[in-house]
Design a protein around this ligand. Structure first.
Ligand code: NAP
Length: 326
């Protein structure tokens, strides 16, 4: 049987549990194609699986959700993909690999004008920005939003996209250099939440009323202050927990703070059907090809050094998107 390499872990823990290992590469099965990855996207969800915050379906586990590459073999029953197609995906475990088999339901074709590296770095983060801004809450010219971790992977894409939709875009970031970076990527106002009280600043910026929607991927460290940034009937979107899970959330808080709405969305439910996936991916390709959204690949690591990449992501050293190169 052919062999390839992948990064897997046999127990949860720190970045040292990630191992670069040789694995079998069987021929693709029915409904599958084989891909040679050009690049793999690094995402915070990879950290959640590695630490055990999210439970891996089995051990050893090859984590990673996002990558792009070229189809090298086609299994039976596949008629919509052929050898040589440039493809990308954001919703299949096992992306930390040099080559792999994958069910075609996860794949989209990468259009001319978008490199495989750009696709690998933006599919998960960019499709997340799409559903958050267009579907979880319909952001438009009359909307004021607060987006935490504005200089991060999702954050730099979301700032530019929200600006293109005409919104008033407020962000937070953890250092002055990140504040400057976010300001260059669509944010009208950026608050350093390590040195300033962000809820007070949001109130000041919005003339006391608050924003329509808060996009919070920080979790523990920004709760419950994020609720204090909202105007009455505002929407609290909790879509991640980079600092740890939110504790002590109660429905009564939503009443006390102005009949608020709250949701905990995931990309995977928003692209569950083929139509949703292609619409979401096409919307992302459109904003990138029209230069409304620039993708900043600010860090690149060899796949075998993925432990270092995890450390940098967790210690808040990265900005924009990060690639792993097989
Ligand atoms: N639900 C979904 O569909 C979905 C999809 C994609 C991503 N997400 C979530 O969105 C968030 C962003 O993902 P990403 O991959 O683009 O990562 P990222 O934003 O590039 O990195 C996380 C950022 O969070 C901030 N942060 C604040 N407190 C932190 C802490 N204690 N530890 C680490 N980081 C902290 C840091 O920015 P500062 O230094 O500026 O604070 C850090 O750079 C993650 O929480 C992820 O789980 C959710």
């Amino acid at each position: 049987m052919a062999k390839t390499h992948a990064v897997s872990f046999s127990r949860t823990g720190g970045p040292d549990v990630l191992e670069y290992v040789e694995v079998d590469l069987p021929a693709p099965g029915a409904g599958q194609v084989q891909i040679k990855h050009a690049a793999i996207g690094l995402n915070f969800i990879d950290v959640y699986f590695r630490t055990g915050l999210y439970t891996a379906p089995q051990l050893p586990f090859v984590t990673g959700k996002e990558a792009a590459g070229t189809v090298t073999a086609v299994g039976s029953g596949v008629d919509d993909f052929k050898v040589g197609d440039r493809v990308a995906y954001a919703s299949a475990d096992g992306a930390y690999s040099v080559e792999r088999n994958i069910e075609t339901k996860h794949l989209v074709k990468v259009p001319d004008g978008i490199s495989l590296e750009t696709a690998a770095s933006m599919m998960l983060k960019g499709m997340t920005a799409e559903y958050l801004l267009n579907r979880t809450y319909k952001v438009g010219p009359d909307t004021a939003i607060l987006f935490h971790a504005a200089a991060g992977g999702v954050g730099l894409i979301a700032g530019q996209w929200a600006k293109a939709l005409g919104a008033t875009v407020i962000g937070t970031a953890g250092s002055d250099s990140k504040v400057r970076l976010a300001r260059e990527h669509g944010y009208d106002h950026v608050i350093n939440y390590n040195t300033e009280n962000f809820a007070e600043r949001v109130r000041d910026i919005t003339g006391g009323t608050g924003v329509h929607v808060v996009y919070d991927s920080i979790g523990r460290d920004t709760f419950p202050q994020s609720l204090d940034c909202l105007r009455r009937l505002g929407m609290f979107v909790s879509f991640g927990q980079s600092s740890g899970p939110i504790e002590n959330f109660t429905l009564a808080m939503l009443a006390q703070k102005g009949s608020l709405f709250a949701t905990r969305p995931t990309l995977f439910t928003y692209v569950a059907t083929r139509e949703e996936l292609t619409n979401c991916a096409n919307a992302l390709f459109d904003v990138v090809l029209s230069n409304k959204v620039r993708i900043n690949i600010n860090q690149t690591y060899p796949l075998r050094e993925v432990g270092r990449a995890h450390m940098d992501l967790e210690s808040r050293k990265t900005t924009g998107t990060t690639l792993l190169i097989p």
